[in-house]
Design a protein around this ligand. Structure first.
Ligand SMILES: Nc1ncnc2c1ncn2[C@@H]1O[C@H](COP(=O)(O)OP(=O)(O)OP(=O)(O)O)[C@@H](O)[C@H]1O
Ligand SMILES: [Mg+2]
Length: 354
């Protein structure tokens, strides 16, 4: 059955994952829920170690051997991902869901030539002969590189960062996947390759309806590409909202702090400046809200109880009714894409900019 345009490509519900380490379990992803729809870019933002990459790896069955998925569900066009067999995940990866990895150069296999790596994508999924796969690979590389034949013979260490990124995007998009998980796709690229990469993602989204889960620190990239923003803090999503509202009137004190500390706030070149304080130790989370030690809006409840689950934001001054009285996402068919969701007992009530 073909999924229609409104069917989410990805539905993630209460996903939790952790890493086993000698110092104890690192609870990197806790109760994370979101949807990704066709033609949509959802930006996953938050400081280093928030758990952003771990979400992408968990969805694709690529977590390292010391990690485990501890709970939740994830579906791709209705099909369960977390319980999928390794064979099914291999079929889905690349053909349906691709990941552009955080460090292109080290994500490529060092001992295999670039041409053979791209050819392998075709050979594995399309049952082509070596020769046919090789030809397809060269043709694909020609679309993104001026000197495809030479690059095809090279090994990853012989490529510049920008070149490796182009190869990675060529591989990730070779089979026209419906979902791309782009993990810091522009980090450490020079400005022209950065623009080119963002343009490529934009075209895939707008012309082919690809859903992009965009993991980034760079709010310039968020402003250019994202439709919605999911803000992650210490393993949890703390705010999910459309991009305009995220920049104009963020409600979670963490999002507010993150944005208001940008030197060129919301400008094309805005870079994230770390806020004062540090995220908590994910292997030893304190009671109460994990953002508490850095928060300007702490109440007694924030210390006494775990932070609330994401819920539709309800302006306190505008309406004295408790949040429960406001329209809530339908529990049988939750649609996290539509509401302004905030996980805070005492959200910010003023706009950051008009
Ligand atoms: N292989 C691993 N073994 C143990 N801990 C890990 C491993 N990979 C990640 N972690 C820990 O899990 C937490 C989440 O890491 P993750 O890489 O998902 O964060 P991130 O938000 O992608 O950060 P960054 O922005 O720096 O890429 C961090 O505390 C990190 O140290
Ligand atoms: Mg990461």
């Amino acid at each position: 059955m073909a999924a229609d345009i409104d069917t989410p490509l990805l539905e993630v519900r209460a996903l939790s994952a952790s890493y086993r380490t000698p110092a104890g379990a690192i609870r990197a992803v806790r109760d994370v829920s979101f949807d990704l729809r066709p033609g949509e870019t959802l930006a996953l933002v938050g400081e280093s170690a928030a758990g952003k990459s771990s979400i992408g790896l968990a969805l694709l069955g690529l977590l390292p051997s010391n990690a485990s998925v501890d709970g939740g569900e994830a579906r791709y066009r209705g099909e369960p991902l977390l319980g999928a067999t390794p064979d099914r995940l291999r079929q889905l990866r690349g053909a349906e869901i691709s990941m552009i990895f955080q460090d292109a150069q080290s994500a490529l296999t060092p001992t295999i030539s670039v041409g053979d790596q791209v050819a392998e994508v075709y050979a594995a999924h399309l049952r082509l002969s070596r020769k046919e796969a090789r030809e397809r690979a060269i043709a694909r590389l020609r679309e993104v590189l001026p000197d495809a034949e030479r690059v095809a013979k090279a090994y990853p260490f012989q490529l510049s960062g920008g070149m490796a990124q182009r190869v990675m995007i060529a591989m990730a998009t070779a089979l026209s996947p419906r979902v791309i998980i782009a993990d810091e796709p522009t980090a450490s690229l020079d400005p022209s390759v950065r623009q080119e990469t963002l343009g490529a993602l934009e075209r895939l989204r707008d012309e082919q309806g690809v859903g992009v889960l965009l993991i980034t620190h760079d709010f310039g990239v968020v402003a250019r590409l994202a439709d919605r923003v999911a803000v992650m803090y210490a393993g949890e999503l703390v705010e999910v909202v459309d991009v305009r509202t995220a920049f104009r009137a963020p409600r979670h004190p963490y999002t507010f702090g993150l944005l208001s500390s940008l030197p060129a706030y919301a400008s094309e070149r805005g870079q994230l400046v770390p806020m004062a304080g540090q995220p908590p130790d994910l292997s030893d989370l304190p009671p109460g809200c994990p953002f508490l030690p850095r928060c300007s809006k702490v109440t007694l409840r924030c210390r006494a109880e775990p932070a609330p689950a994401l819920a539709a934001y309800a302006p306190v001054e505008a309406d004295p009714q408790p949040a429960e009285a406001h329209p809530q996402p339908d529990e049988a068919h939750p649609q996290p894409g539509e509401a302004h969701l905030v996980a805070c007992y005492n959200p910010i009530a003023v706009a950051l900019r008009e």
